[in-house]
Each structure stands twice: as structure tokens, then as C-alpha cells.
Design a protein around this ligand. Structure first.
Ligand code: SAH
Ligand code: SF4
Ligand code: F3S
Length: 467
């Protein structure tokens, strides 16, 4: 099915412009500051860059100091219980700012507040919060702020039934060499453990031209590391006219001039096509790193997770990627202790981790999410989950260390991230494959590619010197 109403219409966007104008008038010359706290994944980081863009546009100064702020926004995550607890504790600590100064505005947005029970909880238990809104309502931020400035009623807005994309919002990028570019929003996969489809709505893709214009502009401005974002970038374009694919998009990006690398975040193995792998291998900008979430190495658990691939299919994608992209590095996500996971299921996960030999893994202890099917399933006891988690980390740490040792003596290209916190002359950088490299140097090359000779390695990082 091709949807033609993926986008917020111009009238709705114009209404927000009107609110922006009114805010500008109201806060003019007052020197007001805004603070934005971000939890969660890159998608949320990207949303927060839009929030800051709008706030600056209407006249707020952005501050890193929450105590100085006249407007506080918390952009929340709901992926695991821990993320929600953190959000609630941060919102809790904002209470005394409002007690001191009732003119302060506090807003909460993001995935947690897209859930009705959380929006209600904030409404009833956090009386000093002025508004909450769901992820697709971000473009209406000016309206919510203006209403709060007018001392209007508190507002608690969930997502719209049919969330749409708002193009053209200001972006205040945090970095001048690394950038997130959302290529699509939402998710259709409904993995049984995951809250994302409920809080970010169905998949919708940005037009290829809008994405390409953004990438071209970033390349022209000297950005070096561009991550194409989506919950499942491999299904990009299915909802667009002409159905362009992720391979088409990559092939167009290949033609853009400039010394920059492209990462994809995230690819679902279910939709990883040979065309996409081919397009990556031919792309001069490809970072030669692939993040391919495995979640479990047991076919029975993958089925209960609703992942739509099995162990064999996963391994064949890895093989194909390795064959066509020499030296490619792999990372993955793994969930430990999904409901019903037996010792045998878990051992199969360990086995596949040993077989693939990922450069690193992001492993998570399964966290039941209210409203998802797995929430209702029989749970694995906490202590077993923790034991399995610790064991998996131990196995992976050994592998990461072994792989990292093979870098010693090699010269590799890295993108410099800045001075290391602990040591004056030491800088931190990343390889294209996202490995951390610390190196000594007298000059500051932050935001530039340089070559480093690796002299030492451990489980979590490489060490070297600039050559
Ligand atoms: N769209 C991406 C994942 C986004 S969430 C994908 O499909 O790969 C990032 C990771 O969080 C997931 O890959 C999964 O490993 C983990 N995760 C999601 N829900 C979780 C839950 N309920 N408990 C623990 N980990 C979870
Ligand atoms: Fe969640 Fe699965 Fe969608 Fe990823 S693909 S966001 S894990 S439902
Ligand atoms: Fe969290 Fe939402 Fe991302 S739940 S992981 S911030 S999509």
C-alpha cells in the first residue's frame, strides 16, 4: 500500500509558526535559558537536536546547567524499566526548581510519555509538569510552550492515531563533524518484547530527496560521520511512491562528494537484502561496520520474539557481508532472559557469539514492558537472567580482547573525538568500525580523520600514537 499522507500538512506547520512568533514576542530581551535532557537511543538524540533547534529559534539560549533554566524538557525512553525509572527521577528533581520559581516551564516528551499510563502518572503525581507529548507531536512544541507561557491548562497529549513526518524543522546539531540523519520513523515489526512500535507508531519514510539534500548539505559543511537512522533502515521506502529501497538511497549517497563515512542504525536481519549488501560494498563512504541485532541464538526464542529469521539466515547474512566487504566489523544487540529462555536456548546464543566473533555486543537483561505480548509470558527468574548476562559478557570480553590484539602494530584511520577526560595529551577517537582508540598527540585534531599506529590493546579500547 502506498501512503501519500505521510507528512504534516502546511496549515498545521503554519500554525506552529504563529506560536513561534508569539513566544518570540513574549520572551524577547528576557535572556531566558532552556535545558534539554535526553535519554534513550540516537533517534531521541536526533529529536532533541530538533527540540533545541526550535527553542533557539524562538529566542531561548541553550544551557547545560539545569539550575539556570527557565524551560526544562526531558526527552524520555521506554525501552527498559531502568530508562523509565531514570526519567521519573530526573523529573522528580525538577520539582524544587518550580517551587522556587513558578514561572519555570517543565515539559516531558519522548517514548515514555507516548504511553497513556505514563502520561496519566505524570498528570496526577507530578503536578508541576506543564505538558507531556508523544514522539510524533514534537513539531507542536511551540504550541505547548506558548500555552504554558499564557498560563493555559496543563496538556497531556499522546501520539496521533496516524503519526506523520514534519519536514523543515530547525536542527541544532550537537557536533560539527558527526550527524544523525533520520531516514524513517516508527516500526512495524512488533517484536514481542519491544515497546517501540507502540510509542513511535508505524513505519514512515522520509522522501529520498529530503534525505539526500540533508546529507549533501552535511558533506558540504565538512561533516565526517553520518549515521542514517531508523528502527529498521532495511525497510526504508516501502511506503513511498515508486518504492525506493535502502540500496537506492545508498547508491545515491555514493555519488555525493566529500570525505565522510556512513553508518546505518539499525538494520533488521529480516529485511537485509543482497542489494543492500551490494550497495554498501560499492559505496566509497561505507564505514565498513555493520550493526546487526541478533537478540537470540535460539530459533525457538527468535520465533517467540517474532523476529522472522532463524540462526541460519542470520549467519548467512554475516557471511555475505564479510565476503563482499573485506575487513568489515560487526556489532550486535542481544537480549538475555527472554520469557521461556532455557539453559539450552541461552547456550545457543553463546555458541553463535563465539561463531560470529562480534567486535563488541550490546547485551541487555530482558525487561518486561507493559502492553507488549512478552509481558504476559512466563518470566525467567532475575538471578538466572543476571547469571547468564554475566557469563555472556565474560565470553564476549575475551573475544573482543582477542580481536583487539590483532590490531597491534597496524596503522588505522580514526576520527578524533576530543581530549580524553583524564589525561592532558591523550585524545580519544573512533575507528570506522566504532572501536575506541586513545592516542597521545601534541595537537588537537578533533573532528578530523588521522592515522594512528596501534601499540597496545585491551578488551574495551586500542591505544596508539599519531603518525
Ligand atoms: N530497532 C532496533 C532496536 C531498537 S531497541 C532493532 O530491531 O534491532 C535497541 C535494543 O534494545 C534492541 O535491539 C534490543 O536488544 C533491546 N531491547 C528492546 N526491548 C527490550 C526489552 N524489553 N528488554 C531488554 N532489552 C530490550
Ligand atoms: Fe523493537 Fe523489533 Fe521494532 Fe527493533 S524491530 S524497534 S526491536 S519492534
Ligand atoms: Fe528508547 Fe524510544 Fe529509542 S524507547 S531506545 S528512545 S525509540
Amino acid at each position: 500500500m502506498i501512503t501519500t499522507n505521510n507528512f504534516v500538512n502546511e496549515l498545521d506547520l503554519a500554525l506552529q509558526e504563529k506560536h513561534k512568533g508569539e513566544i518570540r514576542q513574549k520572551i524577547k530581551d528576557k535572556g531566558l535559558c532552556a535545558f534539554v535532557f535526553t535519554l534513550g537511543c540516537q533517534q531521541n538524540e536526533a529529536d532533541s537536536e530538533r527540540i533545541r533547534g526550535v527553542l533557539r529559534e524562538v529566542g531561548y539560549k541553550i544551557t547545560e546547567n539545569e539550575e539556570k533554566a527557565d524551560l526544562l524538557i526531558v526527552n524520555t525512553c521506554a525501552i527498559r524499566e531502568h530508562a523509565e525509572r531514570r526519567a521519573l527521577s530526573i523529573i522528580g528533581r525538577f520539582k524544587h526548581y518550580k517551587a522556587k520559581n513558578p514561572d519555570i516551564i517543565i515539559g516531558v516528551c519522548g517514548c515514555m510519555t507516548a504511553q497513556e499510563h505514563r502520561a496519566n502518572q505524570i498528570k496526577h503525581s507530578y503536578h508541576y509538569v506543564d505538558f507531556t507529548f508523544g514522539t510524533s507531536m514534537l513539531y507542536r512544541l511551540p504550541e505547548f510552550i506558548n500555552n504554558a507561557l499564557n498560563k493555559g491548562k496543563r496538556r497531556f497529549l499522546l501520539d496521533s492515531e496516524k503519526p506523520q513526518i514534519a519536514e523543515g524543522l530547525e536542527i541544532e546539531r550537537e557536533s560539527n563533524y558527526k550527524a544523525w540523519v533520520s531516514i524513517m520513523y516508527g516500526c512495524n515489526n512488533f517484536c514481542t518484547y519491544c515497546i517501540v512500535p507502540y510509542v513511535r507508531g508505524r513505519e514512515r519514510s522520509r522522501n529520498m530527496k529530503d534525505v539526500l539534500d540533508e546529507v549533501k548539505d552535511l558533506a558540504k559543511r565538512g561533516y565526517k560521520d553520518i549515521t542514517l537512522l531508523g528502527q529498521n533502515v532495511n525497510s526504508y521506502g516501502k511506503d513511498l511512491e515508486g518504492k525506493p529501497t535502502i540500496a537506492d538511497l545508498l547508491n545515491e549517497i555514493a555519488k555525493i562528494e566529500g570525505d565522510f563515512m556512513i553508518h546505518l542504525m539499525t538494520s533488521h536481519p529480516r529485511d537485509a537484502s543482497s542489494e543492500m549488501i551490494e550497495a554498501l560494498s560499492k559505496n566509497p563512504h561505507s564505514a565498513n561496520h555493520f550493526h546487526l541485532p541478533l537478540q537470540s541464538g535460539s530459533d525457538a526464542i527468535l520465533k517467540k520474539m517474532n523476529r522472522h529469521y532463524d540462526k541460519q539466515r542470520y549467519l548467512s547474512i554475516v557471511d555475505e557481508l564479510r565476503e563482499k566487504n573485506k575487513g568489515i566489523t560487526f556489532t550486535t544487540d542481544i537480549i538475555v532472559g527472554f520469557p521461556g529462555e532455557t539453559e539450552e536456548d541461552f547456550n545457543q546464543t553463546v555458541e553463535i557469539v563465539k561463531k560470529v566473533r562480534f567486535d563488541s555486543i550490546f547485551s541487555f537483561i530482558y525487561s518486561p514492558r507493559k502492553g507488549t505480548p512478552a509481558y504476559e509470558m512466563e518470566q525467567v527468574p532475575e538471578e538466572i537472567k543476571h547469571k547468564r548476562y554475566d557469563y555472556l559478557c565474560q565470553v564476549q570480553n575475551e573475544i573482543s580482547n582477542e580481536i583487539n590484539q590483532t590490531y597491534v602494530g597496524k596503522i588505522i584511520r580514526v576520527l578524533v573525538d576530543g581530549k580524553s577526560k583524564n589525561n592532558e595529551n591523550v585524545y580519544t577517537s573512533r575507528t570506522e568500525g566504532n572501536k575506541i582508540v586513545h592516542f597521545e598527540c601534541d595537537n588537537d585534531y578533533t573532528g578530523e580523520f588521522i592515522n594512528v599506529k596501534i601499540t597496545k590493546a585491551d578488551t574495551f579500547a586500542l591505544y596508539g600514537e599519531k603518525i
